[in-house]
Design a protein around this ligand. Structure first.
Ligand code: COS
Length: 378
């Protein structure tokens, strides 16, 4: 079970205030320009939020997953793009935190914790999305280096990140057991970022291809043993799907906040529309769904933190339920605002576009249902 500690409540309040004061005023512009918001990265770094993802001995502040989810939720409430900066920091670094040896940890984690460098997660390929095991990137050991050839796509923070957790096959004959994980630096010879995607939402986050052409990766950058890669990827997603749930809850709550404020102000038929039962029931349904999603996300975060295998199904439930909630609630919030909801002058249409990705990334909600069913049926 979970219960928020005083420390967690304090962090929640601090991030809420920071988001309101510094992030919300930038949110529309970030979306409109579609450029990576370096000022928001610096804001998170300067307020020690990136350090939440890492233990104190590696220059972080050693927060648990629930605390990270609270921070992501508060940021997403006003700007999903900014919340994704923290989300991708957690996603890209989790394979390293899970499987790295001491030397790898000491080399790669402190610069991420201090915000000197950024990271990303390289799993998806053009031919391997939901079926992650179908990847065709190959890593061949030659002397003291792996030579990796292949292509990744839809990589959040591609080109911005300096350090990548990359998955490639070291043995083609062993199925998922032939996949290995590597720490890859942007500066390695043969590493290139491909086209920058233009997206429906999260337009301030940079999404690119990664192209590996005889990329040379020192053998010491293998994470764990050869063949551990798929398990590392799945264990990573078990630990990060609650954070997508938190992002979705934040986005939904933000949309609800605006819908409530508007309903109280907008006068039609001789009074504020909040007096109309049709609107009241919509708001009540939205609030009920957000609250249910929030509790599932918090519970899944507390459970994923412990690393128990049963957390897998609950993480998938949280990501799936919260993102479906975010989609429904943002659509309804647009509806409460009517014509104004549809206009870019109000933040609701942006929130609706941003909500959509939470049903897709870190595994589509159809994949989440596969994971949940497998957890149920064994
Ligand atoms: N933790 C530890 N090990 C896990 C695991 C987990 N959560 N999930 C699977 N494994 C292990 C399994 O135990 C199995 O090993 P054994 O054969 O020794 O038992 C191995 O990994 C293969 O598992 P499985 O047979 O379930 O693999 P599938 O190829 O059927 O893949 C899904 C299952 C669909 C769940 C997986 O491919 C997936 O999550 N896809 C979505 C990927 C995704 O989220 N992409 C988004 C990219 S990040 S933006």
């Amino acid at each position: 079970m979970y219960e928020l500690t005083d420390e967690q409540k304090m962090l929640q309040k601090t991030v809420r205030e920071l988001a309101k004061e510094k992030v919300e005023p930038r949110a529309a512009e970030i979306d409109e320009k579609g450029e990576y918001p370096w000022d928001m990265f610096e804001l998170l770094r300067d307020n020690d939020l990136l350090g939440l993802c890492f233990p104190e001995e590696l220059d972080g502040s050693g927060a648990d997953l629930l605390t990270i989810c609270l921070a992501i939720e508060e940021l997403a409430r006003v700007c999903v793009n900014t919340s994704l900066i923290l989300g991708v920091c957690k996603l890209g670094s989790t394979p390293i935190m899970l499987a790295a040896n001491d030397d790898q940890l000491k080399k790669y984690i402190p610069p991420l914790a201090m915000g000197e460098k950024q990271c990303a997660f390289g799993l998806t390929e053009p031919g391997a999305g939901s079926d992650a095991a179908a990847m065709s990137s190959r890593a061949v050991l030659k002397g003291d280096k792996y030579v990796i050839n292949g292509q990744k796509c839809f990589i959040t923070n591609g080109g911005i990140a300096d350090t990548y957790s990359v998955f490639a096959k070291t043995d083609e004959s062993s199925g998922v057991k032939g996949i290995s994980a590597f720490i890859v630096e942007k500066a390695f010879p043969g590493f290139e970022t491909g086209k920058i995607e233009h997206k429906m939402g999260i337009r301030g986050s940079q999404t690119t291809e990664l192209i590996f052409t005889d990329m040379e990766v020192p053998a010491e950058n293998l994470l764990g043993k050869e063949g551990d890669g798929f398990r590392i990827a799945m264990m990573t997603l078990d630990k990060t799907r609650p954070s997508i749930g938190a992002q979705a809850v934040g986005c939904a709550q933000g949309a609800l906040d605006h819908a409530i404020a508007y309903a109280k102000e907008r006068v039609q038929f001789g009074g504020p529309i909040a007096r109309l039962q049709g609107i009241q029931f919509m708001l009540a349904d939205m609030a009920m769904q957000v609250e249910a999603a929030r509790h599932l996300v918090y519970r899944s975060a507390a459970m994923a933190e412990t690393g128990v295998r049963e957390a897998s199904g609950v993480s998938a439930m949280a990501k799936c339920f919260a993102s479906d909630t975010a989609m429904r609630v943002t659509v309804d919030a647009v509806q409460v605002l009517g014509g104004y909801g549809y206009m870019a002058e109000y933040p609701l249409e942006r929130m609706m576009r941003d909500a959509k990705i939470t049903q897709i990334y870190e595994g589509t909600n159809q994949v989440q249902r596969v994971v949940i069913a497998r957890a149920l049926l064994g």
